[in-house]
Ligand binder design. Structure first.
Ligand code: GLU
Length: 314
């Protein structure tokens, strides 16, 4: 008989994915696609994909896990990683670490807080992060693309120019934010360069399997699971996970921690990435969003995943 002090065997992840997919079927197609970016308005709402990459090198997937989508704000985790490597702890003089409690593209807090964004995972914070990366490299966009391709082990990943242009055409609020931050002297580069970099990071096109592999370094104390080479220091990986937990799912981050209990980052393309520290990364994509901008079926899928597996940092 198995002694009860041993940790439970890892659940059958293929079976868990099948059960999660069945559970969320009635929710797929509900919510609204992000129509404020015209190019995203035409994404079929009835899609659902989910993938898990484990630190043992296994990959599990269900549904439309190999269909490409616009990762949007999920890219903010990659750029935060690069900016932390570039600037170290000085980064926190320019951007805070508190949840905003406001919509991701809000301007109101910035006025009161004199151009220091609340955290790196809202748009204002991501603009400052973009500025840091631009100041540290003459090839910032190529560096980011190379970093993401390396993490995902997929050299075919691209930034979708049509999506980037569509965001530029409709990007009045991002333009306002960048100019506003600049007026508080928290931006060194030309506003057009910052916006161009930001719109291209959001336009990164990946599928659930790419993203699951790409996020493994955050489940693995900052170390690349394939090569064993450090991507980022362990304490920085821990901090990024903390920020994902507290700020990663818009102004629903408290609710998300309550329901799922894993560090996560969502994007208005309908993707959500979650990290199970020391074990795996879990990615879900379904384009129908709830009123906070998180994938409706995706959030339900992660909630069911954590219920079925017991995986949670709490
Ligand atoms: N590119 C989007 C914007 O700036 C990103 C939003 C998101 O995914 O949170 O509005």
């Amino acid at each position: 008989m198995k002694p009860d002090h041993l940790p439970p065997a890892r659940p059958d992840l293929a079976e868990i994915l099948a059960q999660v997919h069945d559970h969320v079927r009635p929710l797929i197609g509900q919510g609204k696609v992000a129509s404020y970016i015209p190019r995203l308005a035409s994404v079929p709402i009835d899609r659902f994909g989910m993938a898990i990459a484990t630190l043992d090198g296994e990959l599990f997937a269900t549904g439309d896990a190999d269909e490409l989508f616009s990762i949007q704000s999920i890219s903010k985790v990659f750029t935060l990683t690069l900016a932390l490597e570039a600037l170290g702890g000085d980064l926190w003089k320019r951007v805070g670490r508190e949840p905003s409690g406001n919509p991701f593209n809000s301007l109101v807090q910035l006025e009161r807080e004199r151009g220091i964004p609340r955290n790196p995972l809202i748009n204002a914070g991501a603009h400052v992060i973009a500025d840091v990366i631009l100041s540290s490299s003459a090839t910032a966009r190529e560096d980011l693309l190379g970093f993401v391709r390396d993490r995902a082990d997929n050299p075919a990943i691209i930034m979708d120019e049509d999506v980037a242009q569509s965001e530029r055409d409709a990007g009045f609020r991002n333009c306002a934010l960048v100019n506003f931050i600049r007026s508080f002297h928290n931006l060194d580069n030309d506003v057009e360069r910052v916006l161009d970099f930001y719109f291209h990071q959001c336009a990164l096109q990946m599928n659930c399997m790419d993203l699951a592999r790409a996020f493994l370094y955050l489940a693995n104390r900052g170390v690349c699971q394939r090569s064993g080479v450090p991507v980022i220091k362990a304490d920085r990986a821990r901090r990024i996970n903390a920020l994902m937990m507290t700020c990663g799912t818009y102004d629903a981050s408290g609710e998300f921690a309550f329901r799922v209990g894993l560090p996560a980052k969502s994007g208005v393309g309908g993707g959500i990435v979650a990290v199970v520290p020391n074990a795996m990364s879990v990615v879900v994509w379904s384009p129908g969003l709830d009123d906070k901008g998180n994938s409706l079926a995706g959030a339900a899928a992660l909630e069911r995943f954590s219920e079925l597996t017991g995986f949670s940092v709490f």
